[in-house]
Design a protein around this ligand. Structure first.
Ligand code: ADP
Ligand code: MG
Ligand code: MG
Length: 901
């Protein structure tokens, strides 16, 4: 028989799936001998059963009864006893904390008679009525679904009656009689809105609250949140029934929250807030000003010292920063919650190293305590807020970065102003596909509606642009081009604002931006600066360890010498993707045009000959910058028309010439070529290896330039390691022809220069057909590099540029995507093709070198997948290289851990 109820003493912290985070940690604290009010947890399995059938499992009621009776015995009080009632709280607690889930109901067990008993037992009428009104308020809101504002409004009116204009009343000014009156008002609200009286039966209160917790698992908000965060939908939530302790019994009582170290810096010390004569959420709700936790020492030395000891115990036990919730009832301390605490990115790195230095954890574990997302956050430029800029709102951190600019309220203005050199922030209620140009033109994007999967957030992340979304205190009026912030502040078109995409903060005016010290460290610029920076040192030590712990190699995508050098400084062990298309632009267009227009071998030869020395020079530079490290050079990939003039411009030129009675032969031929090369779907058109096969001599030219550059460097005593990569191969035959040709060129250059050129030739795997026939393709390829951007496009059958702005936010909201497949690899679909490709490729050629190039190479979750499927390396943008290094190490440590288990 399934056991649905666990006493706090029966659980432990590893049972989060079953008991939820709160229940598991309450059990852990109970077993550590800490003062936790007794209680029990109804498992998430009971919730699953309830949600599946719409009813509690048959055994549940009896089991709850049994535990309740045991609890009553322990406490020496009974639920609903009119003279001395036991009260309990009903607290939700899933494995992951989740907005949209039902909150806690306190003081269950009070009714019109037991409230009198409670008052008498405590010798405190005010306390009893305060507890009763809280019960009706919380129960009404969370269990009965009554608008919370109705209760708050009634409370405010009561306070207004008590106070004067010069001295407004706070909740402590309400006496027992006021609170008793408030209870009556609350009961009327309940009856008016549900047609029924507030339930007087304590067991019914408990059962209804429990059901409400179960049902809140499927609230719209909880469902949406789970989709976005990819939390499984079938976990369910546990429910904790916990005997009440009271912080609202007078000034010798109170409630508080605390951290075992500073969640901002990681520094050890006393961090927290305390509120006297208060209950539950009062301390965070801002009803009265809280005291700093240190002040508790003066109020109640004994409890304070005990709290300090308990915090040390918890830190030692969890081996990490913990946050806690506690209550003091007439001088007696009670622990109500703990968990490993949230922290800022900087604190995560500092704390991990502090714990290593304190001998609490090893470096392997320290690397697990931080992650690539946090590292990215540290690498963005940050606002220097030491001048206390004026915060006017806060939204969601949708896409990191610090952006400053003049507020504009429509895309047209954004584009116009940015063309004339202004920096702008595009402010919208929400964005839609028509805003794309404005978003591109802006430094950053601010919206007042929508979450992390809104159009603005998705597109901004795709563009790497700073974005704060859903800043809902800002009232954006796009018609009249201004926004209203709390406190009567208005921002009009042209006023400067600053938005922080990492924290979600919106500031009035220009906030200075400071470069990230972590980037300076990676850049090797820190010698000149303060090298004793604790954060930088933590990053340094963790990254150094990561490099020894990881198996995956990390390369960078870099096309220029500057990028290559930066990648090297950031720790890249080679270039995984050196694109060559930019080498055909600018002044070289003219030769490319000639190549495309060439009508005979002579014309073609002459165009190719003009390009050869230029290409050779490009490769000389890159190979020199990466001396000793592999450089994977991808032969020309994009459709040819990208190298030709824009059709409209050209037409105008031709028409103007005609109107002057002139005729430019070359332009006319270009026109023809442009028309001939026009494609409906260039992404699926004449590009990649297809170009190499259709345009004679093009790939041979590139291979020759690579070979000659390498030969020249070898003669100079250098160690160039070029690898030739053929894009968009779908069949081995394509590759064989190019390979054959390339080998001939390599031989020619080797013979001519008299140096050995052991150059590898490989291919990108970026078409489903390539993955599916990887066994054949491996016959002709010495390495594979998965081009996961194109592979995602070709697997899903959509082009990123066309569809991202159009429907990705809808797909995210509908839960079709958990996250954009261009951000994190679609493991079920595209990942399957990657697995097939590796397995088939290595079956043919066991020592096949396999990597990935594409943005996924720097995405934390994708890196873990690439580690698991046995890639040799990932390649990503230079800026992402440290992230990949760190995540590769985390993946290696994690899989070692699971191997040994
Ligand atoms: P949350 O998940 O929002 O933190 P909790 O279940 O922790 O909700 O409850 C919120 C607060 O209510 C707690 O921090 C604590 O102050 C108070 N509370 C909960 N249960 C009890 C109890 N049995 N006795 C006294 N206070 C309680
Ligand atoms: Mg809590
Ligand atoms: Mg590609």
């Amino acid at each position: 028989m399934t056991k649905y109820v666990y006493d706090f003493a029966e659980g432990n912290k590893d049972l989060k799936d079953l008991l939820g985070g709160k229940g598991a940690n309450l059990a852990e604290m109970t077993n550590l001998g800490l003062p936790v009010p007794p209680g029990f947890t109804i498992t998430s399995e009971a919730c699953q059963a309830y949600l599946a059938t719409g009813d509690e499992p048959a055994e549940l009621a009896a089991e709850v009864d049994e535990h309740l009776i045991a609890l009553e015995k322990t406490m020496g009080k009974q639920l609903g006893d009119p003279s001395d009632p036991l009260l309990v709280s009903v607290r939700s607690g899933a494995k992951f904390s989740m907005p949209g889930m039902m909150e806690t109901v306190l003081n269950i067990g009070l009714n019109d008679t037991s409230v009198l008993g409670l008052a008498q037992q405590a010798g405190n009428d005010r306390f009893a009525w305060d507890s009763y009104r809280r019960l009706i308020q919380m129960f009404g809101k969370t269990v009965l679904g009554i608008e919370g504002e109705l209760f708050e409004h009634a409370l405010d009116e009561m306070k207004a009656d008590k106070g004067t204009a010069s001295k407004p009343a706070n909740d402590l000014d309400l006496d027992a009689a006021d609170l008793k009156k408030l209870v009556d008002v609350y009961k009327v609200i309940v009856r008016d809105h549900t047609g029924e009286d507030f339930p007087q039966d304590p067991r019914e209160q408990m059962r209804k609250a429990t059901r409400a917790v179960f049902e809140s698992w499927n609230s719209d908000r909880a469902i949406l949140y789970r989709r976005q965060e990819r939390i499984p939908t079938d976990l369910g939530t546990a429910v904790n029934i916990c005997s009440m302790v009271f912080g609202n019994l007078g000034m010798d009582s109170g409630t508080g929250v605390a951290f075992t170290r500073d969640p901002g810096s990681g520094a050890r010390g006393v961090y927290g807030d305390y509120l006297q004569n208060a209950q539950g959420e009062d301390v965070v709700s801002g009803i009265r000003n809280t005291l700093a936790l240190q002040d508790l020492e003066k109020l109640d030395k004994k409890s304070y010292q005990q709290l300090m000891e308990i915090m040390a115990t918890l830190e030692g036990h969890y081996r990490d920063l913990c946050d806690i919730e506690f209550t003091i009832e007439r001088g007696k301390l009670w622990m109500l919650q703990t968990r490993v605490g949230k922290r800022t990115a900087a604190a995560a790195f500092r704390i991990a190293i502090q714990l290593v230095d304190e001998g609490v954890i090893e470096l392997d574990e320290a690397v697990q305590r931080v992650n690539g997302t946090q590292l990215v956050r540290l690498m963005f430029p940050q606002f220097d807020t030491s001048g206390n800029p004026q915060l006017i709102g806060k939204g969601m951190s949708a896409s990191p970065g610090a952006a400053v600019g003049k507020a504009v309220f429509d895309s047209y203005t954004a584009v116009k102003w940015s063309r004339s050199g202004e920096k702008v922030i595009l402010v919208r209620r929400e964005t839609n596909p028509d805003d794309l140009n404005g978003m591109i033109a802006a430094q950053g994007i601010l919206t007042s509606r929508g979450g992390k999967t809104s159009h603005a957030a998705v597109v901004a992340r795709g563009m790497g642009k700073t974005c704060v979304c859903g800043a809902d205190e800002l009232d954006v009026n796009t018609k009249r081009r201004f926004l209203k912030a709390p406190g009567g502040i208005e921002v009009h078109e042209g006023d400067v604002i600053s938005i922080d995409g990492s924290s979600g903060a919106v500031y009035l005016g220009e906030v200075p931006v400071a470069d990230s010290p972590v980037v300076d460290y990676f850049e090797g610029k820190l010698e000149a600066r303060d090298t004793t920076d604790e954060l930088v040192e933590a990053v340094h030590r963790l990254m150094t360890h990561a490099d020894t712990a990881r198996r995956l190699r990390v390369r960078a995508n870099a096309d220029t010498v500057e990028d290559a050098e930066r990648a090297r400084r950031f720790g890249a062990e080679g270039i995984g993707l050196c694109r060559t298309e930019h080498m055909f632009l600018g002044e070289r267009r003219e030769h490319v045009e000639r190549l495309i227009l060439a009508e005979g071998d002579d014309e073609r030869e002459s165009a190719l000959n003009a390009l050869l020395p230029l290409q050779r020079w490009d490769f000389l530079q890159i190979l020199t910058a990466m001396d000793g490290l592999p450089v994977t050079i991808r032969l020309l990939d994009p459709p040819l028309h990208e190298f030709l003039p824009d059709i409209t411009e050209l037409s105008v030129r031709v028409a103007l010439a005609e109107s002057r009675g002139e005729k430019n032969e070359n332009d006319l031929r270009l026109m023809q070529a442009v028309h001939k090369l026009h494609e409906q779907n260039p992404m699926l058109g004449l590009r990649g290896v297809r170009l190499g096969l259709v345009v004679p001599g093009l790939f041979a030219l590139q291979v020759r330039a690579i070979a000659e550059a390498a030969a020249q460097l070898i003669k100079l005593g250098k160690d160039p390691k070029p690898e030739i990569m053929i894009p968009l191969v779908g069949s081995v035959q394509e590759l064989e022809i190019i390979r054959h040709d390339s080998e001939r060129v390599l031989r020619e250059v080797a013979t001519h220069s008299g140096v050995d050129l052991p150059t590898m030739i490989g291919t990108m795997i970026e078409l489903p057909r390539a993955a599916l026939t990887a066994d054949q393709i491996a016959e002709a390829a010495e390495f594979f590099s998965f081009g996961t951007n194109d592979l995602t496009q070709t697997t899903w059958g959509f082009s990123r540029d066309d569809v991202e702005a159009a429907f990705f936010s809808t797909y995210l909201e509908l839960g079709i995507f958990g996250i954009s497949p261009f951000e994190t690899l679609d493991i079920d679909g595209v990942g399957e093709l990657v697995k097939i490709g590796i397995q088939k490729g290595r079956a043919t050629r066991p020592n096949l070198k396999v990597g990935v190039c594409g943005e996924h190479g720097g995405d934390p979750e994708s890196v873990h997948f690439f580690h698991e499927v046995g890639l040799d390396y990932v390649s990503c943008s230079p800026f992402r290289v440290p992230v990949a290094r760190l995540e590769a190490a985390r993946a290696a440590v994690a899989s070692e851990g699971s191997d040994s288990r």
